[in-house]
Design a protein around this ligand. Sequence first.
Ligand code: MN
Length: 257
Amino acid sequence: MTPRILLTMGRNTAHLHHGAPTPNACVEQAYLDAVLRAGGAPLGLAAGVAGAALDAALDAVHGVLLTGGGDVCPDFYGATAHPAAGGHLAARDATEIALARAALARGVPLLGVCRGIQLLNVALGGTLVQDIPTEWPSALPHRDPDPAGEARHVIDITPDSLLARVIGATALEVNSYHHQAIRDLAPGLVITARARDGVVEAVERPGAPLLAVQFHPEEAPDDPACRALFGWLVETASCPQGSITSAQGTSLGSGIG
Ligand code: MN
């Protein structure tokens, strides 16, 4: 079977329709390509979907991918906006918070990327560093000041974590394109990777089909570790509920990528 994976979407306000700026639901192509490459069928979930429509969307899929995007509105974790924070879209936050909670409650496999790890933490009661350069000045560069550039750093991964098993390593050099990070960890989550400055780079929940990373695996399709994350999502989504362990074994045994 081909598992259907629900991808969360942002909103592009620069889109023009008959010459007038018109809100446009959007998701970066790289996420669609990553899911397709792993053997899944990507479906989009627009910002603002809620209630029975959100439940119906989740009924129709086997896995969830929380994609990257703008900063989560600090209202959702009881903070006031930092001047350097931006790209807030409360409708998207509300949709994704409800989606993440529902997916976890149902045991639907979930992968979070960049904003996705931050959103997941907020959805479960955690808080965020709103701007690493000003709030955590001793941290490594986690975003290149040149928009065309790419910061990179090493992460250390907890041995025997789901992340370590999926990628088959306990250290990895990753890309880095974020200025926010997890501050207070949500109850139930476990940190399974950090950069060497202490910035959280991965979380999971023991026993749950859940992985979230702060880097961008979709931007590194030639990196086997990055491909393995999408391979894990699609393979876990294709297995009946309750066979998480065997899904992991399959991921490693088949050498995803
Ligand atoms: Mn980073």
